[in-house]
Design a protein around this ligand. Structure first.
Ligand SMILES: C[S@@+](CC[C@H](N)C(=O)[O-])C[C@H]1O[C@@H](n2cnc3c(N)ncnc32)[C@H](O)[C@@H]1O
Length: 212
């Protein structure tokens, strides 16, 4: 059987048919707790593959001012555009991999697991390119495998460490102690900080073939 393409049409039909079983109905506690201790309310926040974007409700309540929501499915974007029509929230209907911008914090909530496994390295690259120096990915990843040919695609801590550690400092990658009941013992909380590129470490070759 040909491998399914998890593209805009795939996701939009899920939204059109209200097949949104991934939606936990509120922001996850671990993500909420993280943001409750962020003092600077002007940080630029991106939520890719945001779906119903429950996290944005919490962020607005807490006074965060610079929130961008991004989803590939037009139906999801229609829903959240209505939901947040009275708020200062940026809604973008676009493929994450085509998005351009620079953020301080990117929220990961069941987006990574929605992407085909062969996009994982590209996801890491793209996340790094969307973050300012020292910017962070904050959120949850599954710590289990689903052994299915369709999303969600799971993983484990070691796999994630190997995948992210070149571009990110792994500040936290630990079992989540406050998951919702159906996800208990199946998630890790992550706080990955983009590594600084120290200009002193970049070597330039001069016309004589010497590096300085
Ligand atoms: C499993 S759902 C999670 C939605 C939401 N984060 C939540 O936890 O309720 C994955 C979401 O990612 C969106 N999506 C999938 N591939 C995408 C891509 N390449 N770029 C942007 N959004 C994408 C889908 O439309 C869907 O809304």
């Amino acid at each position: 059987m040909a491998e399914e393409n998890f593209d805009k049409d795939y996701w939009n039909s899920k939204w059109e048919n209200a097949q949104t079983g991934w939606d936990i109905g509120s922001p996850s506690t671990a993500i909420s707790e993280y943001f409750l201790q962020v003092e600077n309310k002007n940080v630029k926040i991106l939520i890719p593959g945001c779906g119903n974007a429950h996290e944005a409700e919490l962020l607005l309540e807490e006074g965060f001012k610079n929130i961008t929501l991004l989803d590939i499915a037009p139906k999801a974007c229609e829903i959240i555009s209505k939901k947040f029509s009275h708020h200062e929230v940026n809604v973008i209907c676009e493929d994450f991999f085509n998005h351009n911008g620079k953020y301080d914090i990117i929220v990961e909530q069941t987006f990574f697991c929605a992407l085909h496994r062969n996009l994982r390295e590209k996801y890491v690259e793209k996340m790094a390119s969307l973050l300012h120096e020292n910017g962070k990915i904050i959120g949850l990843l599954f710590n289990k495998d689903f052994d299915k040919a369709a999303p969600p695609f799971g993983g484990n801590k070691e796999e994630y460490r190997k995948l992210f550690e070149n571009k990110f400092e792994i500040k936290k990658l630990e079992e989540c102690y406050n998951s919702i009941k159906p996800r208990k013992n199946t998630e890790v909380f992550i706080n990955f900080q983009k590594r600084n590129i120290n200009p002193k470490n970049i070597k330039y070759e001069n016309k004589h073939g010497h590096f300085r």
